[in-house]
Design a protein around this ligand. Structure first.
Ligand code: ADE
Length: 229
């Protein structure tokens, strides 16, 4: 599954040029029986299987000299957001544990100070696609990966808002026109229009982000809403 989609495009180019690297560990290599089993039935009964603490611990021990946090991809974890992604991009490295079956024995998560991270409120059949999502979000923030290092600054979430709508040529497409302000060449008006649009979209689609944005903005003196300025 790795590098999967991260072998393509922006992340793939950066991988080949050594801006980041990826090392994969097969947990089965740390199994102790001839069937290479990594899981067992849940204590207390119930459906599914649980990954054994001794096997997962041995796999983590094999990479314990790598620096940076150990994260376990799990729907029970803290939700991945851009602030957390930015923090990871500043780490020297990250170890990602991908679970299968019902999950991982709690004791090894505690013993190894593993931080649980979720990519959304839905359940995947394994942690690997979630790990790819996390890596994609982090890798694009690494220095030198994005062509223009500014291009990330105005996008969704960087200011706590969703991104404003984007347009390009042709200026008239099937009777739909590019908003006039964007072709005016008036950079202050364009900036204000984009901010007002970003605020409108965020308020309509994401009340949670909107509330946080208002709270942060009210803590910065002299900041009003874009369409009130
Ligand atoms: N593994 C299964 N579902 C997941 C999710 N939503 N986030 C992270 N890891 C997962």
């Amino acid at each position: 599954m790795f590098p999967g989609s991260l072998g393509q495009s922006l992340a793939g180019r950066a991988l080949r040029s050594g801006l980041w690297s990826l090392e994969t560990v097969d947990i089965r290599d740390f199994a102790r029986d001839k069937h290479r089993s990594v899981d067992d039935t849940p204590s207390g009964g119930g459906a599914g299987m649980v990954m054994r603490p001794d096997v997962v611990d041995a796999a983590l021990a094999s990479v314990e000299d790598r620096s940076g946090p150990v994260l376990y991809l799990s729907p029970r974890g803290r939700l991945l957001d851009q602030d957390f992604v930015r923090g990871l991009a500043g780490e020297p490295g990250v170890t990602l544990l991908c679970g299968r079956y019902e999950g991982v024995d709690q004791r090894v998560l505690e013993a190894r100070n593993v931080v649980e991270v979720s990519v959304g409120d839905y359940v995947l059949s394994g942690g690997e696609p979630a790990a790819l999502v996390l890596m994609d979000a982090v890798v694009r923030l690494l220095p030198g990966v994005m062509g223009n290092d500014d291009s990330g600054l105005e996008e969704s979430f960087e200011q706590g808002l969703l991104e404003y709508p984007l347009y390009t040529r042709p200026s008239d497409w099937q009777g739909r026109e590019v908003p006039e302000v964007l072709t005016s060449g008036h950079h202050d008006n364009i900036r204000l229009w984009r901010l007002a649009q970003a605020e409108e979209i965020t308020e309509a689609r994401r009340p949670d982000l909107w509330a946080r944005y208002l709270k942060r903005r009210n803590e910065v003196p002299g900041k009003g809403r874009a369409d009130e300025e």
